[in-house]
Design a protein around this ligand. Structure first.
Ligand SMILES: [Zn+2]
Length: 99
């Protein structure tokens, strides 16, 4: 007796996310750019980042990096990936939803 497990039979198009979605304040916690309606592409810029890299010196005098440690000293800003608007007012929410 053999049990056949069919792999993913779901070929339905689950999401139709390609079309432009209207600005809708009732969409829960999604961040939507108030300027252009973009809700898919964002970027973050960290100013003044202190990067510390630890090295070990090998017997032959060469160096091998052990780990990197970055500390952000300045401001971190969130921008719209479409119209480059400053969306830092949403930054806290962005961090909450970052997994
Ligand atoms: Zn935008």
């Amino acid at each position: 007796m053999t049990a056949i497990i069919s792999k993913s039979k779901r070929t339905q198009k689950a999401k139709a996310g390609s079309k432009y979605t209207q600005m809708n304040p009732h969409l829960g916690r999604r961040i939507i750019c108030p300027h252009c309606g973009n809700e898919w592409n964002f970027y973050q810029i960290a100013e003044e980042v202190k990067l510390t890299t630890r090295y070990i010196q090998n017997a032959d005098g060469s160096f091998t990096p052990l780990n990197d440690d970055s500390r952000i000293l300045g401001e971190v800003k969130l921008y719209c990936g479409e119209c480059q608007a400053d969306l830092s007012e949403f930054h806290n929410r962005f961090l909450e939803m970052l997994f």
